[in-house]
Ligand binder design. Sequence first.
Ligand code: FAD
Length: 388
Amino acid sequence: MTHSQPAARDRVAIVGGGLAGSLLALALAQRGVGVDVYERRPDPRDGRAEGGRSINLGLSKRGIQALTEVGLIDEVMPLTVTMSGRVIHAPDGSTRFQPYGKDGGEVLHSIDRNELNRLLLDHAQRHPQVRLHFEHRLNRIDKATRELEFEHGGARVIARPAWVVGADGAFSRTRPQMQRGERADYHQEYLEWGYKELSLSPKPDGGSRIELEALHVWPRVHGFFVSHPNRDGSHTLTLFLPHQGPDSFDSTRTPEQIRALFDKYFPDLIPLLPNLVEDWASHPTGSLITTRTAPWSADDWIVLVGDACHAVYPFYGQGMNSAFEDCSALMAALHAHPRDRRAAFIAYEAARRPHTDTLAELSKANFVELKQKVQSFWFLARKRIDVT
Ligand code: FAD
């Protein structure tokens, strides 16, 4: 159900009903705050949502903590597949397992992003303090009158909330509107590489064609695959490749070019991907950006969370976990400054920005790791084994 009544002065408006927006709506509602969530897309639960992107995410400790705080972890964990390490696939088709953590005692959890988002929206919607407004795209923010303007079905909707959270992702509209006229920093970097998802289906009996409980990596200097397992035995593969140049997304379009790319770099994947050409054509190519910005808030009225204030390359697998951690930190700061929201916003940014800046660097460094170092580690390790 979508509500049409816009946010009133005693309610908080969250722009973006993605992962951070839906989690934060629930967290605020549980503290007795009325929340209106405005999401530009249709309700992802009614089957009309944009298709094509079904990214699987690695859920780890920080994300688990935030989900625990809103009481959802027991419902989320059965939706995940535990990954106890990563399997490295060498160019000659041989594999090597590297357990997570020094003693192999650490794990990550693979989860379907859309399934998690739907679960969060379900819980937010069930809470009497939350109203969800789908197909509401933020157009403009007027800081002087403290109004938000949304576009909904060709009409303008004006909301006058008590305060606003920008949870509208890497290409946030809230951020530039909030920082207009302010002494603000914004830095954005596009990676020359993009990504495409492909799917590795299970065996007819439902079993997995490759080790289920692991992250799989096919590291190649020119392009690489990472795959996350699904509960039905399938795996969601993400190919990272340059956008342009030889053997790039731009130069790989025809069935012959697609097969040639796999023959050259990923021959062991060919028998596992019988629908490769169709799958390739039906999945869009995505772009990857890193953003850094400051400040994350304006006065006591607007604050940013998640990718809206710190989008990172996905190579460290912590974007969502970090967005969830923002929600926990913002709730803690609001709790610590019950009568001074501006102070809460400043404390929240001070607590989080050093960590998200570091995460941006780690994510860039792991790009090199996934391309090269994992591969050289494998070769070195094999050499040692061969010699002894
Ligand atoms: P989003 O999830 O992007 O949500 C933003 C929402 O705002 C969207 O629903 C959007 O429709 C809405 N919106 C945008 N503009 C407007 C507007 N003008 N008006 C209203 N609504 C609007 N993270 C991990 O932790 N682990 C991983 O393994 C991992 N793997 C990844 C792999 C890939 C290939 C990619 C691209 C990302 C990966 N991430 C991973 C990162 C993770 O997906 C993001 O960090 C996370 O989705 C951020 O959540 P968010 O709520 O801030 O933004």
